[in-house]
Design a protein around this ligand. Sequence first.
Ligand code: ATR
Length: 282
Amino acid sequence: MTISGHAKLAGIAGWPIAHSLSPMLHGYWIVEHKLDAAYVPLAIEPEDFADALSLLPKLGFRGINVTLPHKEAAFRLTTEHDAAAIATGAVNTVVFENGRALGRNTDVHGFLAMLRDSGITSLAAKTVVVLGAGGASRAIVASLLSLGAEKIHVVNRTPEKAHALADFFGERVSAADWTALSGRLAQAVMLVNTTSLGMKGEPPLDIDLTSMPAQSIIVDIVYRPLETPLLVRAKARGLKVIDGLGMLLRQAQPGFAAWFGVEPKVTPQLRAHMVAALEARR
Ligand code: ATR
């Protein structure tokens, strides 16, 4: 692939950034659509992030993705936030436009599109349990509410954060203790893990799924490894599972479309490409 002096530029800012799969993902779409464009990793230390964000549009960048630890700083440094950015206080996608840096959070789009891919378009009158109360949890709770979930129980290691999240979203969301988890799972049609438990290098998420109804669905947004201990356990119980790769791919679409003017597709071929990349890095 070659690029010209007119190439459209975007990238992903993080610290560290070498582990990110986003350059490979966006690179796949750039090649697929034969674009004169580049999407590059941008290793930016926290103290340099504000300077970098103001310089990147001057260097010709159309926008960037933002990952750890810059998502909250990106929220503070951008304007015209979408509803998901406001709900999470975090920005993962920046669009530079007419001298402004627009702040978006595409995790809600990513989560909803991932559920739609699995045939889930409504949770009306349903109960869901969400583990974790960080930025990803906030985006997911907002998504679940938009699908009509009647009750969302948020369970977190630090209870204060679960209570703050429940207060933010109102009466359909409540904080529950780990000790109450089994009882909450018994009423739920879905469990979503938004914590880092189960991720490579982290302890597994060790919870008992036996109380969950037979038709329920287990979603794990961890994608390294793709099949987490939680999903292994859920499959052994015969429950339906959704792994974290779909959300990773889907949350990337809006940025690509905004910067490069093409709506990229999530296809089985793309998924296979990314699964192979994950396998190679194990
Ligand atoms: P993200 O943006 O991915 O949501 P985050 O805001 O750092 O990241 O949130 C991480 C979540 O994983 C939090 O809910 C965190 O629990 P605390 O609020 O108690 O910190 C949870 N988490 C991380 N490591 C954990 C562990 N070892 N045990 C239980 N929960 C953990």
